[in-house]
Design a protein around this ligand. Structure first.
Ligand SMILES: [Zn+2]
Length: 292
């Protein structure tokens, strides 16, 4: 025998254990006669009131039919552990392969349809929860809402795809939900509320707005002086209430550092109210624009 671990050394001194044989791997096989109830003590203080002696072995601490115990050499133990690790790794890879091969089935188990989509009910779902349930929706706490596998016609929903919210965890060998904020994801897919532009202020009034630079364009016109051309620039802003503000000026009135989509503070005097492509817009003049 190459080496012996502590359990084997103790086993040699335990009167309830009997050595049987050693196999070709150096594994010692022992017969253990220890009573499983009293652990070989023959009794226990905890049983004092019912009589200290163990009723399973009658106080001998031994049982008739021994349990076979194997003591491995550290070398063989390491070999077994290594084999077990390789088996587990092979199983993991097989599981991942299986998940990929039968992904549609696994997606369906998680409530997705054949195309890997689910539909999450949005809006006030509490008031219509009974209708949602009757229509086949399932409550999913993860989304704090009701979920359909197929897009229902009678309810407002947001579509989520398997790839967006799930992934195969290859290390664990299973399909998992991604570690993302599902509520925000759903919210980001809601259609933006419809914005209606209204006229702002009265002609001649000087006003200040919190606004966004939405668009601008420029073109050349013959110069007023008669020499060369002037640059005309049309800026389109939208204030925080969704109203369109227009400023047409000669030369670039807005610093080029300010880009489309930037939040700005806009001051200007109302010049006119007009309509363009069915939308009401307030034309401004003598504007100043600075970064908000
Ligand atoms: Zn016993």
């Amino acid at each position: 025998m190459k080496s012996m671990d502590l359990a084997q050394i103790y086993a040699r001194n335990d009167k309830n254990r009997v050595y049987l044989r050693t196999d070709k791997n150096g594994t010692e096989i022992w017969a253990d006669y220890t009573c499983p109830r009293c652990g070989g003590a023959g009794g226990a203080d905890a049983w004092t009131y019912t009589g200290w002696t163990c009723y399973s072995c009658g106080g001998t601490g031994r049982r008739d039919k021994p349990q076979l115990i194997k003591y491995y050499t550290p070398e063989y133990r390491a070999k077994l552990d290594d084999r077990a690790r390789k088996r587990a790794e092979k199983k993991r890879l097989e599981r991942v392969e299986e998940l990929k091969a039968n992904l549609t089935e696994h997606m369906k188990e998680k409530g997705f349809n054949e195309s890997g989509k689910i539909y999450v009910a949005v809006g006030n779902t509490y008031d219509i929860k009974d209708q949602l349930r009757e229509a086949g929706a399932k409550w999913k706490p993860r989304f704090r809402s009701w979920v359909f596998a197929e897009k229902p016609e009678e309810f407002d929903t947001v579509e989520l795809s398997f790839d967006e919210i799930c992934e195969i965890n290859e290390m664990a060998g299973r399909i998992e939900y991604k570690d993302i904020d599902f509520i925000s994801l759903i919210a980001s897919k809601l259609p933006a509320p419809e914005v209606v532009s209204e006229y702002v202020g009265e002609k001649g009034k000087r006003l200040e707005f919190k606004a966004t630079l939405e668009d601008w364009r420029s073109w050349e016109v013959p110069s007023y002086s008669g020499w060369g051309t002037d640059t005309k620039v049309l800026y389109k802003f939208r204030d925080d209430s969704g109203n369109i503000l227009i400023w047409c000026t000669t030369g670039y009135g807005v610093d080029s550092k300010i880009k489309k989509g930037d939040k700005i503070i806009l001051r200007g005097t109302v010049k006119n109210h007009s309509e363009y492509k069915g939308e009401k817009q307030t034309e401004l003049q003598r504007c100043t624009v600075k970064v908000a």
